[in-house]
Design a protein around this ligand. Structure first.
Ligand SMILES: *Cc1c(COP(=O)(O)O)cnc(C)c1O
Length: 241
């Protein structure tokens, strides 16, 4: 399941990504300090994740609870400096407690029963859990996320749950060869984010973050206002089949 990449290739992948994001910010007239880079570490070994951390990464995202359990303890054991761990994949409601052992933030909140379970678990543990609401901005049937039409209302409800701190919205951009279609899905997210912050619903004024942009569409995502890009291939190379 895990592969170990040469540390030098991970370090150069990280640096190339930092450079790409900085260049995307420059083109968009934005400050690179406004855009965080999350390393999407699906199927990477502890050694490979540590190579990314040593290169400068401080934010990682996992897709599966099983991989969190298999790698996060080893990562923390070897890494004493600051690190944020996010869940970026679909989360089954019955795995909430397992996930919370390992994560600081869940980006894939896309239904109320999941939000409520996360909130209850956080309250029971006397902590506040960071969350993003995932939106299906491309309306693709294969993707998770709430419908853009209902996203603002749903996010406002999530923001109001005790135990959760809503940081913003997350999406996977449209999977299309047409840059116009991709851009439209990303710009729709920017509009939803503005509508959420303007809604004046409790605890939404601070929910300004926008997690979108992957290796293939990070330039368009930064142009559309992303504050966090999630990069896998660009750092670690193509995934093994
Ligand atoms: C894998 C993954 C990414 C990174 O995708 P790349 O195209 O490899 O950069 C980002 N977000 C999510 C939710 C992912 O599963």
């Amino acid at each position: 399941m895990t592969s170990s990449l040469p540390p030098d290739s991970v370090a150069s992948g990280w640096l190339a990504t930092v450079t790409r994001v900085a260049e995307a910010c420059r083109m968009a007239g934005r400050d690179p300090g406004e855009v965080q880079i999350l390393a999407a570490v699906k199927s990477q070994s502890v050694a490979t994740v540590l190579a990314a951390l040593r290169a400068g990464c401080r934010l990682i995202g996992h897709n599966r609870v099983q991989e969190l359990a298999a790698t996060v303890p080893g990562i923390h054991a070897a890494w004493a400096e600051p690190l944020e761990v996010h869940m970026i994949g679909a989360l089954q409601s019955n795995k909430v407690n397992a996930a919370l052992r390992y994560v600081d933030c869940v980006q894939s909140v896309d239904r109320m029963d999941l939000a409520v379970r996360l909130a209850r678990a956080a309250v029971a543990q006397e902590r506040v859990l960071d969350v993003f609401v995932q939106v299906n901005a491309s309306f693709e049937a294969s993707k998770g996320g709430v419908n853009p039409m209902t996203a603002v209302g749903f996010a406002a409800e999530v923001a109001g749950l005790e135990g959760l701190r809503l940081r913003g919205l997350m999406t996977i951009g449209a999977n299309s060869p047409d840059p116009g279609v991709v851009r439209a899905s990303l710009e729709r997210m920017a509009q939803l984010s503005q509508a959420l912050v303007a809604s004046r619903a409790p605890a939404t004024a601070q929910a300004r973050e926008l997690s979108m942009g992957m290796s293939g569409d990070l330039v368009a995502a930064v142009a559309a206002g992303a504050t966090m890009v999630r990069i896998g291939t660009g750092i670690f190379g193509p995934r093994l089949p």
